[in-house]
Every structure is written in structure tokens, then in C-alpha cells.
Design a binder for this molecule. Structure first.
Ligand SMILES: Nc1ncnc2c1ncn2[C@@H]1O[C@H](COP(=O)(O)OP(=O)(O)O)[C@@H](O)[C@H]1O
Ligand SMILES: [Mg+2]
Length: 263
């Protein structure tokens, strides 16, 4: 059985791609899945929290994508902080450089990550790609490698225009590089149900999802300091005591729903 490959995307920064990747990875590991997290954002944020024993010059995704390095993806995988977790890290300025090289390189550049993944897919149940806040070659590579996209949105930062752009890129990737690419779901993060704005944006997101017959994962992830605190101290929400139970269950439900769709 090959891993299910999910790309967590939104070209906007700060919506919660990295945070969602972190807590979904934890939920998946708790379910007993073998998980690989790929850091496809030049900022390397998920590497900082999930990578174990990483230094500035640890080889990473950039080396696997670049013509200048002979390294394969399999060779740059490092252990993650939890049993059952592995990471393809991104450190320093490396991935930005690799992206600029991709822009200048020729045929086949869109499917480099996909081709590299073929050799490691069988060793995992779930591969999560934490995407860059852009619609550039790195994100195209992530979408080309993925079975499905999870569109991360934040009610407050929701922009119908931004989503239309992302959907346009997904359509382009389908047409040219990855016809089987699905949209797995919308994941609404930092939701503030009690504000008037929160309810309004929830309606907008539902409408955008309905238009494409895509599910919105329910319930939404609320805005809670513990969600960012846990990630910053590299702890799962399940390790924070009893008041996070409801949050643990949200991510657990998401993993079940996202794995279900892959069957
Ligand atoms: N549900 C949440 N509740 C509270 N803070 C959150 C939540 N989700 C994300 N954050 C915080 O918002 C900021 C941006 O999130 P991040 O995951 O880095 O976004 P992205 O990867 O899309 O740029 C971070 O400081 C993170 O800790
Ligand atoms: Mg991020």
C-alpha cells in the first residue's frame, strides 16, 4: 500500500498551514500511522518543530530537488520527534535557491518531487506536505506530487479572490501534470464562532466549498493559544492535560476523514 499524499496549501501566510501540519502529524502518529512530513516552505518552520537533531547544514528537500546535488529524497529523510514520524527538512536559505533553479530549469521540473516520492511512498501511510505561502514552482511541485490538497483557510483572512487563484492553480496542475489531483477538504483554522464576522466568513467558506463539491472539515479549529503554545514547545495537544481533549478529538476526526477519502 502506498502512502496517501496530502498537500496543505494556501498562498497566504499565517493561515495555519504549519500549525495544521504539526497537529495532524501528531494525530496520525497517535493513530499508529507511519507519517512523513515534507517541509516545502523555504522558511523551514515545520522542520524547526518536528525535526530531530537538525542543524543549519543538514541536507534536505532542496538537495533532493536540485540538479547540483546527487542526493535522493530517501537520503535526506531524518527522524522526527515522535515514534512513527519522519521529516524531509528545510534549513537555511537552501530551498529558496532550489526554487530559483527550478524556475530556470527545463522539462520535467514540475514533477521532481513526485518522482522522488515514488521511491519512498511504500514506507509510509501518510505524507503531509507543508506548502510555501506562494503559488510558485515549489507549490506546483507539491501539488504535482500530491493525491489531494487540503486548503487551509482562516475565517478572518478568507478571500474569495485568493481561493479562486488557488483553485485556478489546482486546475492548471490537473490539466498538465497531475490529472488525479483531488481537493480533499477545506480546513478552517482559528475560527471565532462567537463573533459576527466568524459566522459570516463560515458562510462564505461553505459557499466556496459547495461550488466545488468539496467538504469543509467539521467542526472548525478554534482560535486557542494552546494550539500555538503546544507547537512551539513541540508537544502534542494530547500531552497538555485534560483541557485540550476537545482539540485532540478535532484533529483525530480530521485524520480519519482525510484517510477515509483515500480508500
Ligand atoms: N488555531 C489557532 N489558534 C491560535 N493560534 C494559531 C492557530 N493556528 C495558528 N496559530 C498561530 O498563527 C500563526 C500562523 O500560523 P502558521 O501555522 O505558521 O501559518 P502558515 O504556515 O499558514 O504561515 C502562528 O503564530 C501560529 O502559532
Ligand atoms: Mg508555514
Amino acid at each position: 500500500m502506498n502512502a496517501r499524499v496530502l498537500a496543505l496549501c494556501n498562498q497566504k501566510g499565517g493561515v495555519g498551514k504549519t500549525t495544521s501540519t504539526f497537529h495532524l502529524a501528531r494525530a496520525a502518529v497517535l493513530e499508529g500511522l507511519r507519517v512523513l512530513v515534507i517541509d516545502a516552505d523555504p522558511q523551514g518552520n515545520i522542520t524547526t518543530v518536528l525535526g530531530d537533531g537538525i542543524s543549519e547544514d543538514t541536507a534536505g528537500l532542496a538537495d533532493a530537488l536540485s540538479d547540483r546535488s546527487a542526493a535522493t529524497l530517501a537520503q535526506v529523510i531524518v527522524p522526527g520527534i515522535w515514534d512513527g514520524l519522519s521529516v524531509v527538512p528545510t534549513t537555511g536559505e537552501t530551498l529558496g535557491v532550489a526554487r530559483d533553479e527550478l524556475v530556470l530549469s527545463g522539462a520535467g521540473r514540475e514533477s521532481r518531487l513526485r518522482r522522488e516520492l515514488e521511491n519512498v511512498r511504500a514506507e509510509y501511510d501518510l505524507i503531509l506536505i507543508d506548502c510555501a505561502p506562494s503559488l510558485d514552482q515549489l507549490t506546483i511541485n507539491s501539488l504535482t506530487a500530491a493525491d489531494a490538497v487540503v486548503i487551509i483557510t482562516q475565517s478572518k483572512l478568507f478571500s474569495a479572490n485568493g481561493i479562486a487563484k488557488l483553485l485556478g492553480t489546482i486546475d492548471l496542475v490537473r490539466e498538465h501534470y497531475n490529472p488525479a489531483l483531488e481537493i480533499a477538504a477545506f480546513l478552517v483554522n482559528q475560527h471565532e464562532a462567537r463573533t459576527i464576522g466568524g459566522a459570516h466568513w463560515a458562510d462564505q467558506i461553505s459557499a466556496a466549498a459547495e461550488q466545488r463539491s468539496v467538504t469543509v472539515l467539521a467542526p472548525p479549529v478554534p482560535k486557542r493559544i494552546v494550539i500555538s503554545d503546544a507547537m512551539e514547545s513541540t508537544q502534542g495537544l494530547d500531552e497538555w492535560g485534560s483541557e485540550t481533549r476537545e482539540l485532540v478529538e478535532i484533529y483525530e476526526g480530521y485524520i480519519r476523514a482525510l484517510m477515509e477519502k483515500g480508500k
